[in-house]
Design a protein around this ligand. Structure first.
Ligand SMILES: Cc1cc2nc3c(=O)[nH]c(=O)nc-3n(C[C@H](O)[C@H](O)[C@H](O)COP(=O)(O)OP(=O)(O)OC[C@H]3O[C@@H](n4cnc5c(N)ncnc54)[C@H](O)[C@@H]3O)c2cc1C
Length: 511
């Protein structure tokens, strides 16, 4: 029978297990939905058996299925209340690095290197394996303890995205099990409709089981630079200068400096001492500062003089508050893994496993000053624990065929604004978290208002209703719906996103 009686029922050779606590929660710790069962597939074929059985089941209500990678979603997106959580970490995680010969012309430059990885692999595992061959993926997230399948279902952005595009722009091929239970190998030329649907597809069209990720030569070291600003305008102008010289610069980010704590906590991984001690003002007259962070890959084994030269030339063109530029030389691995040190520090303080009301938005350049002011007047008006990242991206590095949503950008430049807030339970209990989420809702509604001046789109958010999802997708909504009808017509996948509430079991799937 395809109607599940108990969590230990078996679909062919596929066993279901009793739910674990982690299957009902995530990093956000604001939405909790216990599944009926969990599944630990060992192959794409296992996933196919389950999905083929569920999608063809005549019985209603049907069980839904959510892929769960590292569980670092923020609002229950990897949960399946009353359904089945499929733990992708149990899929094979071997990383195979392949250097394919080019067509002879130009030697090394035409060689194409890639890694074939299981979708449940963490990016840090991919990095470790690729570095053994002196190679690495091009585009990253700030934090590496996320799965390949999880970030490719969103976009995957960090300071390299201005140069190489998001992670979803650096994938050569995927193996996907569709909602119908079909195992398909897809790429931009082979089943391209499924390939592009799944990238940024929020887990709605299939379970990614493997991915082929583009690689490049990894630098042994990185020169990591920080420069401080007292003006938002100068800060963003210099960020835009940096992204205009991708031949020299490999990474560009930035963050708001709200208080001494912003500098201290962001300096946990940054090895150079910082002596920027500005006046943050007092009651009513608050002053906010900004920090640009950029990095240059250092391929030189010896004295690093050519990188010194690049950094000197580039920073000479920048208008930071003099003399506040700081730089440090770190290994490429430590640079990419920098957030791990912050995690360890927060864990020691008991501040990692706390609620994380986050707000992430892509904002076209013309709306950034207004959005910054809106944040300062609302989210940042009171006490704030966490970080606010602000950095530019180039929209022509995003493939519009994917399901990822970014704003329309008349001049091709958009910014990510990431309000990465932690709610320390000793000062912000459940009611306070609820208020923060409400406030984020209002800010997002204002910033993303159709026909409004800011023109933002949210990233990583679970929209509160299907009407909001429709607005979020805008002109690509019809395509998203058509993709769902084609690849997961029974609406088995991704209930935690709340995009396609199943009409027959809506009450158990909704919060
Ligand atoms: C500390 C921290 C730092 C972060 N930094 C960044 C950053 O710098 N840049 C950035 O872009 N994002 C960042 N994120 C967000 C992160 O990319 C997303 O939360 C991502 O979903 C996390 O991956 P995961 O493996 O934990 O996915 P999960 O939370 O397990 O899943 C996320 C979604 O993808 C679906 N999914 C997961 N695996 C698959 C699969 N194999 N096939 C199909 N669907 C799947 C799930 O069902 C769910 O809808 C960060 C998150 C945290 C908590």
């Amino acid at each position: 029978s395809t109607f599940i009686q108990s969590p230990t029922d078996v679909y062919g050779p596929v066993a279901l297990h009793e739910p674990t606590p982690s299957s009902a929660r995530d990093f956000g710790a604001v939405v909790f939905g216990a599944p009926f069962a969990i599944m630990r597939p060992e192959s794409a074929a296992d996933v196919a058996l389950l999905l083929a059985a569920l999608s063809s089941a005549p019985t209603r209500p049907r069980a839904t299925v959510a892929a769960h990678g590292a569980g670092h979603s923020l609002q229950g997106q990897a949960q399946a209340r009353g359904g089945i959580v499929l733990e992708t970490r149990s899929l094979p995680r071997a990383v195979a690095v392949v250097v394919a010969d080019g067509d002879g012309e130009g030697g090394e430059n035409t060689a194409r290197a890639y890694a074939d990885v299981g979708a449940g692999a963490l990016w840090v595992e991919v990095l470790e394996e690729c570095l053994k061959a002196g190679l690495a993926p091009l585009s990253w997230t700030d934090y590496l303890y996320l799965t390949v399948g999880g970030t490719l279902s969103n976009a995957g952005i960090s300071g390299q995205a201005f140069k190489h595009g998001p992670q979803i722009s650096n994938v050569l091929q995927l193996q996907v099990v569709t909602g119908n239970g079909e195992v398909v190998t897809c790429s931009p030329t082979e089943s391209p409709d499924l390939f592009f649907a799944v990238l940024g597809g929020l887990g709605q069209f299939g379970i990614i089981t493997r991915a082929r990720i583009l690689l490049q030569h990894a630098p042994p070291k990185v020169r990591w630079v920080r420069a401080f600003y007292d003006s938002f305008e100068t800060f963003t102008k210099d960020q835009e200068f940096l992204i205009s010289i991708p031949e020299q610069v490999d990474y560009v980010e930035g963050f708001m400096v709200l208080n001494e704590h912003s500098i201290a906590s962001s300096s946990i991984a940054f090895p150079a001492p910082i002596s920027f001690n500005p006046d943050f003002g007092s009651h009513g007259k608050r002053k906010v500062y900004y920090c640009i962070e950029f990095a240059v890959h250092d391929f030189q084994e010896d004295d690093g003089s050519s990188v010194d030269h690049v950094v000197e030339l580039v920073s000479g063109e920048m208008s930071y508050v003099r003399p506040h530029v700081y730089s440090a030389e770190v290994s490429y691995f430590d640079f990419l893994n920098r957030v791990r040190m912050e995690e360890e520090s927060l864990r020691r303080q008991g501040l990692w496993d706390v609620p994380h009301p986050w707000l992430n938005m892509f904002v076209p350049r013309h709306g950034i000053a207004r959005l910054k002011d809106l944040l300062v007047d609302t989210v940042l008006a009171g006490h704030f624990d966490g970080a606010i990242l602000v950095y530019p991206l180039l929209s022509d590095k995003w493939d519009r065929n994917t399901s990822a949503v970014v704003p329309s950008t008349p001049d091709g430049v958009m910014y990510i604004f990431s309000v990465l807030r932690s709610a320390d339970p000793s000062r912000c209990g459940p009611g306070c978290v609820e208020e923060i989420l409400e406030q984020h809702r209002r800010v997002a509604d204002e910033a993303c208002r159709v026909g409004g001046g800011i023109g933002a789109k949210q990233y990583l958010a679970r929209q509160p209703s299907q009407a909001h999802w429709r607005d979020h997708f805008g002109s690509s909504w019809d395509r998203f719906v058509a993709r769902k009808a084609r690849f997961d017509p029974a609406r088995v996948l991704g209930p935690g996103q709340g995009i396609f509430p199943s009409t027959d079991s809506a009450s158990s799937m909704w919060r």
